[in-house]
Design a protein around this ligand. Structure first.
Ligand SMILES: [Zn+2]
Length: 409
């Protein structure tokens, strides 16, 4: 008599995450798309959106508390699925259930929440969307695990069931500003909730960016687009902890030393204060290459990419310039600004003296590199005989000019 042992394996992984902060220590040579190495570990299954077939309904389960906090996020998730699908000529049918899920407890990990939430969501849920505490610098995470008993003839695990969740970071009470995220939804930026179609059309047009000047502010839509990119099968375009990557070396672009090249402008890179409301050229190449890989067409067939309109994006020499605050002591005025501008930006400062009702001009300064910051401090010294009550900065770059002024408190 023979015993047949069947091992049931549960594998768990993070697709990793979108992170906040700048990656200035990273040497980025050129940018290119890449695919997750984990997509090679499993046979086709709807664990990855790229394998979802035309007739299949992709089931999303969203926390009601989360939606009450962040109005319109449901539509942001749906439109994010749609925009990646659009560039490969697909339309994913979805169903969204809004479910009462308990708030995360301080010590609960995303993995534990995934287990709990899946048990409370309708059977067959493909993706849970909620918030979670993280114990690292991530601002968004896609957490997954799956079970398998058998492998296919390529040694890939045949997924029998899986659990998957997309979490946005919930900040701990009293967290320092560097460990805090203040989420801004598209609805809060626009002053009204947009429909799934309206967000999709906005993303398709590729003409808009959101600039968040408040400390620790991030746009929910941008993080959701990034995480949904992982659910499709794309890897991160920034270096993970320990300088690792989750990109498959066979489906990414390598430099001459065999290192994977990363692209900072990609949606799959880390997130900052500037949020393009569109996928980058690089993201689009990545999803199109993914859909064209053998075995990745599901039943959609070969995508006809020439039919898909990709409007070109454009950048102005001065994309954004604003004075955020002015602080004054007896001899110095510190002007804090948010600026995104191409190299060659000239800044000419002036202060208005209340006593003489005259403007005092300072010699201008020119920035030779890209200026991309919401924390740019400009210090202006003044003599005791003046009483500054207004400050103005003239930004100019090539043909473009912008004059901003603020009263001094
Ligand atoms: Zn990521």
């Amino acid at each position: 008599m023979r015993f047949l042992f069947i091992s049931l394996a549960m594998l768990s992984f993070f697709f990793a995450c979108s992170r906040n902060g700048n990656q200035s220590d990273l040497k980025i040579v050129r940018g290119f798309w890449g695919h997750l190495s984990s997509i090679e570990d499993v046979a086709p299954s709807s664990l990855f959106l790229v394998h979802v077939a035309p007739e299949q309904v992709y089931k999303i389960c969203i926390s009601r508390d989360f939606l009450n906090k962040y109005s319109g996020v449901e539509q942001e998730v749906e439109a994010s699925i749609d925009i990646w699908a659009h560039y490969i000529g697909r339309e994913i049918k979805t169903r969204t259930d809004i479910v009462d899920l308990p708030s995360p407890k301080n010590n609960e990990t995303p993995d534990q929440l995934l287990e709990d939430y899946i048990s409370k969501c309708p059977a067959g849920t493909d993706l849970v969307v909620a918030e979670s505490y993280f114990n690292d610098a991530a601002t968004g995470k896609t957490v997954s695990n799956y079970s398998y008993r058998h492998q296919d003839n390529q040694g890939r695990n045949i997924v029998e069931s899986f659990k998957q969740a997309l979490f946005l970071k919930k900040s701990h009470e009293g967290a320092s500003s560097s460990d805090q995220v203040i989420w801004r939804t598209l609805a809060s930026i626009k002053g009204q909730k947009l429909s799934r179609t309206e967000i999709f059309e906005l993303l398709k047009a590729r003409g808009e960016k959101v600039f968040l000047t408040g400390t620790s502010e991030l746009l929910t839509l941008r993080t959701i687009m990034h995480e949904i990119g992982h659910v499709w099968g794309l890897c991160d375009q920034y270096a993970l902890a320990g300088n690792r990557t989750n990109c498959d070396a066979n489906f990414a672009t390598l430099d001459s030393r065999g290192h994977i090249l990363l692209n900072k402008s990609s949606t799959m890179s880390s997130q900052g204060w500037v949020s393009p409301l569109y996928l980058s050229d690089d993201d689009i190449t990545g999803i199109q290459k993914l859909a064209k890989r053998p075995g990745f067409q599901a039943t959609w067939g070969e995508p006809n990419l020439s039919q898909i309109d990709v409007p070109t994006t454009s950048s102005k020499a001065i994309e954004f310039s604003q004075i955020l605050s002015v602080q004054k002591d007896e001899s110095t005025i510190v002007v804090r600004m948010a600026v995104l501008a191409a190299p060659g930006l000239k800044m000419q400062a002036s202060i208005h003296d209340k006593n003489s009702d005259r403007w005092i001009n300072y010699s201008g300064s020119t920035r030779t590199a890209l200026t991309d910051t919401r924390n740019f401090d400009y210090s202006l010294r003044y003599s005791g005989s003046t009483d500054p009550d207004k400050v103005s900065i003239k930004f100019s770059n090539g043909e473009e000019e912008n004059l901003v002024e603020m009263s001094i408190p």
